[in-house]
Each structure stands twice: as C-alpha cells, then as structure tokens.
Design a protein around this ligand. Structure first.
Ligand SMILES: C[S@@+](CC[C@H](N)C(=O)[O-])C[C@H]1O[C@@H](n2cnc3c(N)ncnc32)[C@H](O)[C@@H]1O
Length: 277
C-alpha cells in the first residue's frame, strides 16, 4: 500500500461538494471509469462497468444493496431500475446526497432508493441485513481500509456478496518513479492511500469473505482519462475551476498524471468479488 499524509477527510468532502458539478459536466452521472469492450461511446462504457459488476455480483430483483460512496447516485439508480434492487446509497457529501435523491425521483426510482450523508468509516448497519455491499471507486478515499472491510462484511447475510472496483497501486508501484506517480495521484485525487490487488484480497479474506480471482480491468478503463483530458482542453471547465479553488484546478490538471501511472504500471484498476460463506 502506498500512502500520503496530506489528505484529510474534510478535504475529501469539500472536493465532492464542489467538484460534483465538474464530474457531471465532464463525464456524466457516474463518477467512475468506463469499461470498454469495443469502441462504445463513453456513457455506454460507464454503464458497461456498472452492469458488468452487477452481473459478477449476481444482483437479483429485490436484493438489498448498500452503495458505499454513491456519488450522484449513478450506480444506485441503475441497480434499482435495471436490476430491480433496493438500494441505500451513502456518501460523505451532502451535495451529492441531495443530487442523488433528486435524480432518483426524476428517474422514477425514489421508492427503491434511499440516500444518506454518512461516513463509511463509521456507518453501522444491522448485521446480516444486506445482500450486497457495493462500492465503485470509494475505498481509495478510506483511511483505514482493513477496518472498513471488516465492518462491512458483517452487514452481509450468509451468501451475501461484496462487489468492489478500485484504483490500485500497480505492479510497478515500487519501482523507481512508480511510488512517486502513485503519491501524486493520491494527492491530486484525495486518496489517503492506494492498496494493491493483494492488499484488497487480504482485507477481504481477513474479513471472512471468500474472494473470487481478481479481475484486472486496467487496459479496458484507461481510455477514460484521455477522454476527460480532451474534454478539459476543449471546454472552459479549467477556467471555471480557477474561479473556485486550487484543488479543483489541480484535480483537472492531474488527469495526465493518472494516465501516465496506468501506462507505466504504477497504477492499475481492479474488480473484486467476495462472498460471505
Ligand atoms: C469517485 S466517487 C465514486 C462515486 C460513485 N461510486 C460512482 O461510481 O458514481 C467517490 C465517492 O466516494 C464518496 N466517499 C469518499 N469518502 C467517503 C466516506 N468516508 N464515506 C462515504 N462516502 C465517501 C464520495 O463522496 C464520492 O461519492
């Protein structure tokens, strides 16, 4: 695992309160990578990622899902609408909570979704009350990832699944320059640390989950950042960000950093499915 000491939780909340609009303008309602199977449009690639994870997690109609770090509600709404799930989304950002609630109402799934402003590192749910704990690109922001997995695994009923997509420290993260690239990404994108694939497997195993073979999606997701970089260059979004704050400007400028980290192998992107026996 590669860590930095410069990230604080209030900064993460502040970032998502402010930057949600930028994510929406630049990328869409899902704040996660696209997964390309061919040459799909970016919005289709975003849905590919959500739907592939849902299929791997075996989400069935009526499943109770907790969407940890739910952003603008992209996954929660998709899981309710397309897969018939009952979803509670939690996010650190009050702005996102409101955004997700309104989006779910506009999408006609407010009966099947609930959104709460809740810190995943202190959230408590009834033991064995959930079919699926779902989290796309949120665990990167957690300070004690092992403790989160330990707690969240208890929410699952026997046979329940944990479905995680995460940015990872890649196979070359420990080579000269690699750790530096990962630290730069952590600072630019407010991640206190990035674990590697083995760390995730160990955290999930120690939490009592049986983990399926890890899926490395790096080559299928990396295109995300070329597209975002192009969109920043072609629009006035950087100018708008400058009016807001330095961190938001830095975040837009760091799109190249993450792309380079994928290319060098300092970072990778993984999908993990764990099952509670
Ligand atoms: C990259 S976004 C992903 C959003 C969403 N999963 C999606 O795919 O559209 C990261 C999300 O994690 C949330 N987050 C970060 N730290 C959190 C915490 N400690 N508790 C709950 N949510 C958190 C942010 O508020 C944000 O919604």
């Amino acid at each position: 695992m590669i860590s930095v000491t410069t990230v604080s939780k209030p900064d993460i909340q502040f970032h998502y309160d402010l930057s949600t609009l930028f994510y929406r303008l630049l990328w869409g309602r899902h704040i996660h990578h696209g997964l390309w199977k061919a040459d799909e449009a970016p919005d289709v690639a975003q849905l590919n990622l959500t739907d592939t994870l849902a299929e791997l997690a075996g989400i069935q109609p009526g499943d109770r899902v907790i969407d940890v770090g739910c952003g603008m509600g992209g996954s929660s709404i998709r899981l309710a609408k397309q897969f018939g799930a009952e979803v509670m989304g939690i996010t650190l950002s009050p702005v996102q909570r409101l955004w997700a609630s309104v989006a779910a109402r506009l999408d006609g799934v407010s009966q099947h979704t609930t959104f709460k402003r809740l810190d995943a590192e202190v959230a408590q749910f009834q033991p064995e009350s959930v079919d699926v704990v779902w989290s796309i690109e949120c665990t990167e922001h957690l300070f004690d990832k092992a403790a989160f997995f330990h707690r969240a695994a208890k929410w699952l009923r026997p046979g329940g699944r944990m479905a995680i997509c995460a940015w990872l420290a890649g196979p070359r993260a420990t080579e000269p320059g690699g750790a530096e690239q990962v630290r730069k990404v952590c600072e630019g994108f407010l991640c206190p640390s990035l674990g590697n694939a083995q760390d995730y497997v160990e955290w999930m195993n120690s939490a009592g989950l049986e983990v399926e073979p890890v899926q490395d999606w790096t080559p299928q997701v990396a295109e995300t950042w070329s597209i975002c970089r192009r969109r920043v260059e072609q629009t006035r979004v950087r100018w708008l960000a400058r009016l807001i704050d330095r961190q938001t400007t830095r975040f837009l400028d760091d799109f190249s950093t993450i792309l380079e980290a994928y290319r060098s192998g300092a970072m990778s992107y993984g999908c993990f499915i764990g099952r509670r026996p």
